[in-house]
Design a protein around this ligand. Sequence first.
Ligand code: DHB
Length: 391
Amino acid sequence: MRTQVGIVGAGPAGLLLSLMLEHRGIASVIIESRDRAAIEATIRAGILEQTTVDLMAELGVADRLRREGVVHHGTILRFGGQNHRIDFEGLTGRVATLYPQHEVLKDLIAARLAQGGEILFGAKVTEVADVAAERPVLRFTDAEGAARELHCDMVVGADGSYGACRPAIPTDKRKDYLRIYPFGWFGILCEAPPSSEELVYARHERGFALISSRTPEVQRMYFQCDPNDSVENWSEDQIWAELQARIAGEDGFRLKEGRIFQKNIVPMRSFVCEPMQYGRLFLAGDAAHAVPPTGAKGLNLAASDVWHLDRALGAFFAGEGMARLEAYTATALRRVWRAQHFSWWMTSMLHRFEGASEFDERRQLAELELVTTSRAAATALAETYVGMPYA
Ligand code: DHB
C-alpha cells in the first residue's frame, strides 16, 4: 500500500499528527503494534497544558475534554509541612487541565476513524527502510500475521521510547543525551474521594510524594521509591502509611484512603536524541525524548513536536521543498530542551537525593521558598507548567 506520510505509533503524537495532516488534505496511515483496547486502557499521565487543550480544540477533538476534564487554576507545592500555592491563572491568565492520557487517546482514535483515517492496529514494524532515499518503505506484519509494505514520501516515528524508528537512525548520525535518576515513582490508583482540589507536589525528608486525581471516585498518587523495588513488596497498609507520612504536617492534612486497585513503578530518566531527523524519517514524542514525570511534560511535548512537524510537512507537500523539514530538529528541540530543564528542575527541587548534605537540603528548601514567595519565580514555574504558546 501507499500513502504520503507513514506514521509509526498511535499514541498522542501519531494520532494528533494524522488529524492535523487530514486538515491539510495530506494522506497518512498509522501502523500501531498494540490493539485498540490495550491502548485505551493503559494508565499514563494526566495533565494537559493549556497549549495542548487549545490544539485539541482547534482540531475539534476537545468536546469531551471540556465536559469531563477538570480545570486546575493552580497547584500546591508542599514542604515544611505546609501548603504553598502557585496560582497559574493569576500569574499567567492560563490553566492546566486534568484529563487522563487514555481518555485523550480514546477521543483521538474515534475522531481519526470517523474521518475515514486508517489505523492498522496490531501491526508490527519489522523494517524502516530507505529513509535516506526518496522513497521510504515501512515493512510490517499485520494483525493477521501477513508480511506487508507501506510505501510513503515521509516517515514519522511516533513509536515511543522502545520503537523501531529511532534505531533506524545510524548511531554515528545521532547523539543520545541520557540521565538516569537513582529513584522511581511508586504509583497507585485507589477508590477514594479527592484529598485535595488541586495537585499536591510534596517534598519530605522521606522523599517526594504527588497527590493527583483521575475522577471524583478514583485518585492517583505517587511516592518516590527505589527504582528496583517491586510493587509486591508493599502491602496496602504500608503504602498508606508511607504516603501519609510524606504529606504529614502541623496543618493536620491527611489523605482520604480507599482500596488500592492498581500499583506500578515508574522509572525516571531524561533523554534526548539529536537530531530528530534522518533523511525522510522524523521522530516525534517519546521516540525522540523522555522526561521524568515531575511536571507532566511528556504528552505535552509530543503535541508540540507534531505541531511543528505538521507545518513543515505542509510546506513540503505544498511544493516548498525540504527546508522547513530540515529545520524541524532545531525548531522542536527548543521546546524539548526547555521541558528537559523544567522536568529536571521540578525533580531536583522536590526529591530526596541519597547522600545529599545538610547544605543541599537547606538549599533545596530555599529554592522552594523562592518559588513560592517571589512572584517572578512563581511565574517562571507557572508559565512552563501551563505551556508557552508554540510559535
Ligand atoms: C500526574 C503525573 C505527573 O507526572 C504530574 O506531574 C502530575 C500529574 C498524574 O498522573 O496525574
